[in-house]
Design a protein around this ligand. Sequence first.
Ligand SMILES: [Zn+2]
Length: 310
Amino acid sequence: MKIVDLHCDTISWLQENDQTLWHNQAQYDLKRAKDSGIYLQLFAMFARPAEPNTVLREILKQVEKFHAEIEANQSWIYTLNKYTDLNEPDNQGKLAAVLHLEGGECLGNDLETLRLLYRFGLRSLGLTWNERNQLADGAAERDAGGGLSRLGRRVVAEMEDMGMLLDLAHLSERSFFDALNYYRHPVLVSHANAFALCGHWRNLTDDQLKALRDHGGVIGVTQVADFVSETQPGIDTMIDHIVYIADLIGIQYVALGSDFDGADDMVIKDVAGYRNLPEYLLRRGFNNQEINMILYQNALAVLEKVLPGP
Ligand SMILES: [Zn+2]
């Protein structure tokens, strides 16, 4: 079994709690990820945006933690810099780690820090985490939310040129549609669910899901209980989101984005629980081909189109 998971906050958690990726008390470690068949994982770097003077240093510490952990576990995991790294003989049987930044506050007001982080392995960026920043407005702004700033547009254009994935999770509705206008590659919504089933402000409306289909991209259905259901969060109600989105826009746009270590209350408690997901999907009427699309093929198709070539 192969699984691509588009979002976890484990590296930030490890850095804060001084624990290791191989084995830890978090929701995700390499031991359990390996057993569950995780093939590729986006690891988010995240620092509280309210601390403008320290935010870059905090992110750099996490980038260092990411590389140190990969070095310490190099027989099990490697950094994915370009898509064809997946085919390298040395990398077979190992987990591909993609470095993601959740929130662009640390980038400041120019493009150089973004370029430097690219050299450090950054291959995916979400412009903001919930709040308004110098690049875009976040989902927490709700109906006060505006779109991308001029700098935000320049950042998105630069990302397109570099081959960096654009993640639209956490954006305000207007920023979401704006970003689709300024970025031509397919996009990720790394961790969110359908608003029609669970009216949380982080979930996507039907119009957003249809725009995702029209632009090309995938949504990583997430395990965060608050985003699954207001009344009955559980594995079956989480799968309701997969069914709903597949019915609305097509199964080729559905992927997984757990958000492990990003929230306490998850419907699949930890990465070990991913092992049973194919069984649950089978019981809900998906065939093997469709299950493979959800588990990894749809997400890989986006990465192949965006990440740098050989
Ligand atoms: Zn998040």
